[in-house]
Structures are given as C-alpha cells and as structure tokens.
Design a protein around this ligand. Structure first.
Ligand code: GLN
Length: 296
C-alpha cells in the first residue's frame, strides 16, 4: 500500500457536481436534488453549508458513504430508503420499505383536513392504513387539541408510525393499532376520517417506476383489478364510523374521481367533492356525514 497515493479529498461543491453527473448518467429523474439530499447526509452538511462553505473537505469515510448512496440510487433504490427519512408537510418522518414513502400529492389531503378543523378545535381523527403516519401526524402536529387513531394491517408499518409519533412528541395524543381497516373498531366514532388506501390497478403495478415497483410495499399500492377495491369496502365503513356532521377525505388516483365519488354518495355521504393536487390532478375525494338523522 505504501506506493499508492492517498486519493485526493473532495470538496462539498465538487462532490455535489460529481454526484449529480453520476446520477444523470444513470438516468435518474432529479439528479440535482437527489445528489444534494444524499450529500447532506453523507457529509453531515446542511443545505446552507454546501452554499456558504463549498470548499469544505469530505473525510474519506464521508466520501465512501456518499459513494455507497450513489451506487444504490443509480440502481433505482428510492432516496427515502437510502436515507431512511422523508420530509412531508412540515414534519420529518422515518421511512423504510414497509411503508409508502409520503408523496407531496398527499399534502393536499392534509391541507383540506386542516382547513375544516381550525386550530383550537378538539376533535378526533381516524387514519385507515396509517403507514408511516404521514397524514395523521401532520394533522396532530398542527392541531394541539386533536387526538388520533391510526390503523394498519402491517405490524412493520405500525413500528414505523410509532417511531415517528415518538420522535414528534405526539405519542401521547395518538393510538396506533393493528387492524383490518375498520374491523374491531366496534361503535367508536370520529369527527374526521382520512385514508390513502392502495389504489393502483393490479395490472398497472408492473408499469410503475422501479423505485415504486421494486421497493415500495405492494400492500400499500395494489387496489385490485380496477384499483377501487379499497374504496368499495371503505365508503360504507367510513360513513358508519363517522359522527353525524363529521368529515372524511381520501386520496385517489387521478382518474378515479367519478367512481369514488359515486361510491361515497351511494354510501350516504353529502357534500362529496374532489380536489386537485399541486400538479392540477384530481387527488382527494372529501365529503361529510349528514348531521341530521335521515334514516328511518
Ligand atoms: N401515489 C402513489 C403512486 O402513484 C400510490 C399511492 C396509493 O396507492 N395509495 O405511486
């Protein structure tokens, strides 16, 4: 080893440039952002450090870590799995391959829920298929008088949600329980019910990006032959567990608005409407349970 030269140490700015070039060459969609996110963690640098201290040197260990991240990313592993975390709304969440990585699209659902339940309100919220806890914990983080229940069929997902609830100091205001949708809830009722259920048609899964197809949990994606299986089950159940006057909001695939609206209307929901996400695609179906007892 004595005749090998020590490799030249890289600066933050050079490491970033080399990283994005490598990701770009590998055909990665957003090489600039991905390179920066991985450099920040590998080099223990903030976004500001990269700008204000661009000539800081990476240690050999940091360079090796970054190299490992880039190799994994070039093989289409999601950044969220490589780093084990993902920012969503105003919180940072731990994630792994047992939960759907939170998407910006889903922030539309959070925004709608927060609009309907202003800050001082005390209310209870049910999240069906809670996954990482992204939706439920975002709502609880901004509504200090609210309480929540998150249900998931996967113990591995619940472990992630529990870790996130604890990290965000929200464990005292939410219960995270294993369950098959609403089975086992008995006659508990809620002011707000939210869900981002699986909604991709089974046959479409093979056409998804490798990051999703090969790395994210099928159980959180596969919505059956037409993608609507979960809504068929959930629409009547959500109406059952809502308090009179309560509200629901569910995420949908962008072509599913009419079908999902029809399912909730058939289940007796009122004020059913679809909202668009920031990419102008139909993304959330919301509605209410009539405050008047109209049965009988
Ligand atoms: N929005 C996700 C995707 O397109 C799917 C999420 C879901 O099925 N709930 O990958």
């Amino acid at each position: 080893m004595s005749d090998t030269q020590a490799p030249e140490l890289q600066t933050l700015v050079k490491a970033w440039k080399a990283a994005r070039e490598r990701l770009d060459a590998a055909g990665i969609d957003q090489p600039v952002i991905d390179a920066r996110l991985m450099l920040e963690v590998a080099a223990d640098a903030t976004r500001t450090d990269i700008i204000t201290d661009p000539h800081r040197l990476l240690t050999p260990q940091q360079a090796a870590t970054l190299d490992d991240y880039l190799t994994r990313r070039a093989a289409r592993e999601p950044v969220s799995h490589i780093l084990g975390r993902k920012g969503f709304w105003k919180i940072m969440l731990s994630v792994n391959s047992h939960v759907l990585t939170p998407r910006p699209d889903t922030e539309t659902l959070v925004e709608m829920a927060l609009r309907s339940f202003p800050e001082p309100m005390a209310f209870n919220v049910l999240d069906l298929g809670v996954g990482s806890g992204a939706i439920l914990l975002s709502i609880l983080a901004e509504r200090p008088a609210a309480k929540g229940l998150g249900i998931d069929v996967s113990e591995d997902a619940l472990a992630v949600a529990r870790e996130n609830a604890a990290n965000l100091d929200l464990a005292g205001r939410c219960a995270l329980l294993r369950g098959d949708w609403t089975n086992g809830l008995g006659d508990a009722t809620f002011d707000l019910v939210v869900s981002n259920p699986p909604y991709i048609a089974t046959a479409e899964i093979e056409t998804l990006e490798p990051e999703v197809r090969d790395h994210e949990p099928r159980i959180a994606l596969d919505g059956g032959p037409d993608g609507l299986d979960a809504y068929r089950l959930l629409a009547p159940e959500i109406l059952r567990v809502l308090k009179p006057g309560g509200m629901f909001a569910v995420e949908i695939g962008h072509t599913q608005s009419a079908a999902v609206e029809a399912l909730f209307k058939a289940a007796g929901a009122s004020n059913v409407e679809t909202s668009k996400d920031l990419s102008d695609r139909q993304r959330v179906v919301a509605g209410a349970k009539n405050p008047l007892e109209i049965r009988g």
